[in-house]
Design a protein around this ligand. Structure first.
Ligand SMILES: Nc1ncnc2c1ncn2[C@@H]1O[C@H](COP(=O)(O)OP(=O)(O)OP(=O)(O)O)[C@@H](O)[C@H]1O
Length: 356
């Protein structure tokens, strides 16, 4: 039984408290800092591994419970902050200065909502306090500028001592560069393909990203040469695969998953989009338009986590078209809640991988 209240005894009672996701002691992870005692008042800083930590409250309560076992404790004040860990280095791929984690959002086939998920996850992470960038590398449908309300924007090119640098566009807390800023929409896709390699390298290494916790890459759909080259060019902390519950989409996503696994990019999990339809006039009803539980079954079969299921909601399409993502336009909607939870899951898994 500890009898004295001082910073050592506080750290001692906190040592058995674990980060629920990393399953390691908060003290050993250096997440408890600046312990200060004044009379019966205990204060400390809890440094989470992501601003988007889904279990923030849970961890604070665990700490408070442990500290209250010490004699003489009257008040506990916890300042919560976050330091996102840097992804592990890859010898064959060059990282980007200041960018801690690069996350690919990919899909086996087009039209499953990959861009919608990438944009909303990026905005949700920014809403939670993270510094976020988005690369829209989708040559077939570069929709991110529209979805972020940046249609018609330009990326400024500046001269710097290092040569030409690009200034990203910015809205809803997210910095954006997009193929859409560079290509003529009427230009045939066949001409866009060969541009991809050069442009993606420019987007990674010539953009003034500044400090970013997460750089999300909206990948082109499929598993062709362009995707392969890109996955090899980018040092990725992990990949997220978006699918619908439909069998054909799931088959394609399996191919995508294998591609990432072969390239040694950890697959963070699967997002099932358009899981069910919620009619706006009957919000308690659900219709499984594309079948049900396909994402869950595939996740189980391939032994990767299902990060969440996003319903088909008219407001989500409208938000995309209007340039106000659903997590901003209607944060209480079912799809926005699902997307925010998915963003937290992704952040947690990236931290786990970085600290493993
Ligand atoms: N959960 C959803 N509810 C309603 N509409 C959605 C949902 N997800 C996506 N959409 C809509 O479906 C259309 C296609 O989505 P999106 O562009 O995100 O797909 P994609 O997989 O990136 O497609 P592409 O391969 O063309 O880039 C868009 O109009 C989008 O607003």
């Amino acid at each position: 039984m500890l009898t004295t209240l001082n910073s050592e005894s506080v750290l001692e009672v906190l040592r058995p408290v674990q980060d629920p996701e990393l399953q390691k002691s908060l003290v050993d992870l250096n997440m408890i800092r600046n312990v200060n005692i004044e009379g019966g008042n205990v204060s400390f800083t809890l440094v989470l591994t992501t601003p988007a930590c889904p279990l923030r409250q849970f961890i604070v309560e665990d700490c408070e419970r442990a500290i209250k076992t010490l004699p003489g404790v009257e008040q506990i004040q916890v300042d919560v902050t976050a330091e996102t860990p840097h992804q592990k280095g890859l010898p064959d791929r060059t990282g980007i200065d200041g960018v801690k984690n690069i996350i690919a959002v990919s899909s086996g086939k087009g039209g499953v909502g990959k861009s919608s998920v990438a944009v909303n996850v990026a905005v949700a992470l920014a809403q939670m306090g993270a510094k976020v960038g988005l690369i829209d590398a989708d040559i077939y449908g570069p929709n991110a500028p529209t979805m972020l309300g940046l249609e018609g924007s330009q990326i400024a090119v500046r001269q710097s001592p290092q040569g030409e640098v690009l200034e990203p566009a910015f809205n809803h807390g997210v910095k954006l560069v997009s193929m859409g800023f560079l290509i003529d929409k009427d230009q045939p896709v066949i001409w866009r393909g060969p541009m991809l390699n050069g442009v993606i390298r420019q987007f990674l290494y010539q953009v003034q990203w500044g400090d970013l916790d997460y750089l999300i890459v909206d990948m082109p759909p499929g598993t062709g040469d362009a995707q392969l080259t890109m996955a090899q060019a980018v040092p990725m902390a992990g990949a997220v695969i978006v699918t619908t519950p439909q069998t054909v989409a799931l088959l394609d996503s399996r191919r995508g998953l294998k591609m990432f696994q072969q390239l040694n990019v950890p697959v963070l999990g699967i997002v099932e989009n358009m899981s069910y339809f919620i009619p706006p006039d009957m919000p308690d009803k659900q219709y499984d338009i594309f079948g049900s539980q396909g994402g869950e079954k595939t996740a189980q079969e391939l032994n990767v986590p299902l990060l969440g299921c996003v319903p088909l909601e008219i407001a989500m399409r409208q938000g995309g078209d209007r340039g106000v993502p659903i997590v901003v336009a209607d944060p209480d909607s079912a799809s926005a809640k699902a997307l925010s939870a998915i963003a937290s899951q992704i952040a947690a898994r990236v931290s786990i991988a970085a600290l493993a």
